[in-house]
Design a protein around this ligand. Structure first.
Ligand code: CAA
Length: 390
């Protein structure tokens, strides 16, 4: 039976995340946005409540939440502030390859670190010349005895400046295209440098940095999965994390819609609140439809993962539609506010800036369409191990 009714546990989880977003994130979100500073205090409180690392399996000390639980949490965090939400969610992206392909020893050690203290991890895939085209990466990992030596630079790395370890994709066979990429667990040491903190348009509370690996040596056992199989691991990771990004985009859109609704009931023009004008009503109606459909697509893409099924196309549907929804709804919310919407004193301009990244990170809206087109025109069977954890 198809049923979108939340259980009591799911309702309680959503309420807890919402409460945190309302009491701890919203009151400080616009300040962190202004400064572009790191919200350590908020992140630590979220860690204590279990709103970080909800994906870590119980056997490694985490709550072992389902993917569906994850998207319930992420919508609320995105509603509070998607910059802070992104900082909170980034450990999930960084450790998804570990969950999928890491050895027992690696999982125990690195999941353990995240559950014992409020530490951060980063996912290092993108490079200056390899964004959408993952296989164009230049970072290399050379096997030397019982070690790998990593060299190269990764950019746009979420939480990069604060990470205690990284999951790094590197070429282990330069001539083999996507079949020459491997994934590694790299602890932070002196050979790993944080070169640049980006000054961003939106999500300014999240840290985005360039990370360089300078002859960084790691034990051979820090290889995640098999050598030269890292590309697939990256794709499988993104299938699992794009629902969370979609959920955050739904949260941004919902926040903008709520602000627009409240404002349209207060603002009087032509002798009546502007909510009485059909032009505004239709904008609000479109917002409500888009938020609703984006949420349904997001939930379905997460439920498929919980059922152990491949969700590549559904994940791209959700990410693309929710990201575009966030951009459209926040833009229209600014429109509802009129000239005031353009002023920083009012809340919707931040949301519009924050929404833009949803169409860019974890695969642009164009890459999502590419995936959807391929899966629709030429569906292919891809063998992948059943996911053990979120
Ligand atoms: N699951 C498992 N395997 C998959 C897969 C999937 N979803 N998609 C592709 N594969 C496999 C294919 O079966 C194929 O396998 P074989 O080697 O056996 O043939 C292999 O991967 C190559 O597939 P493609 O031919 O489709 O690869 P491509 O080079 O054409 O690239 C792409 C496909 C969709 C464009 C991909 O490169 C992509 O997703 N690019 C976007 C990257 C991205 O999202 N980057 C975001 C970085 S993370 C981030 O932003 C977070 C942050 O911190 C800010």
């Amino acid at each position: 039976m198809v049923d979108f009714t939340l259980t009591d546990e799911q309702k309680a989880l959503r309420e807890m995340a919402h409460d945190f977003a309302a009491k701890e994130i919203r009151p400080v979100a616009w300040e962190y946005d202004k400064d572009g500073s790191w919200p350590q205090e908020v992140l630590e409180k979220a860690w204590e409540l279990g709103l970080m690392n909800s994906h870590v399996p119980e056997e490694y000390g985490g709550p072992g939440a389902s993917y569906f639980d994850g998207v319930l949490i992420e919508e609320e965090l995105g509603w509070g502030c998607s910059g802070i939400g992104t900082s909170l969610a980034a450990n999930g992206l960084a450790t998804a390859p570990l969950a999928l392909g890491g050895s027992e020893e690696l999982k125990k050690q690195y999941f353990g670190m995240l559950t014992e203290a409020p530490l951060f991890a980063s996912f290092c895939l993108t490079e200056p010349d390899a964004g959408s085209d993952v296989s164009g990466m230049r970072t290399t990992a050379k096997r030397v005895g019982d070690k790998y030596v990593i060299n190269g630079s990764k950019c746009f790395i979420t939480n990069g400046g604060y990470a205690s370890f990284f999951t790094v994709y590197a070429k282990t066979d330069k001539d083999a295209g996507h079949r020459g990429i491997s994934c590694f667990l790299v602890p932070k040491d002196d050979t790993v440098t944080v070169d640049k903190k980006e000054d961003k348009m939106g999500q300014r509370a999240s840290n985005t940095a360039t990370i360089t690996f300078n002859d960084t040596e790691i034990p051979a056992g820090n290889l995640i999965g098999e050598e030269n199989r890292g590309f697939k691991l990256a794709m499988m990771t993104l299938d699992r994390t794009r629902p969370g990004v979609a959920a955050m985009a739904v949260g941004i859109a919902r926040a903008a819609m709520e602000f627009a609704i409240d404002y349209s009931k207060q603002r009087v023009q032509f002798g009546v609140p502007i909510a009485m004008h059909q032009a505004i009503q239709f904008m609000i109606a479109d917002m409500a439809t888009k938020v609703h459909l984006a949420r349904l697509a997001t939930w379905q893409s997460a439920v498929l993962l919980d059922q152990g099924r491949r969700n590549t196309i559904e994940s791209s549907h959700a990410k693309r539609f929710a990201a575009d929804t966030a951009m459209e709804v926040t833009t229209d919310a600014v429109q509802v506010y009129g000239g005031y919407g353009f002023i920083k004193e009012y809340p919707v301009e931040k949301l519009m800036r924050d929404a833009k990244i949803m169409q860019l990170y974890e695969g642009t809206s164009q890459i999502q369409r590419l995936v959807i087109a391929r899966e629709t025109l030429l569906p292919r069977h891809i063998e992948e191990p059943a996911p053990a954890v979120a």
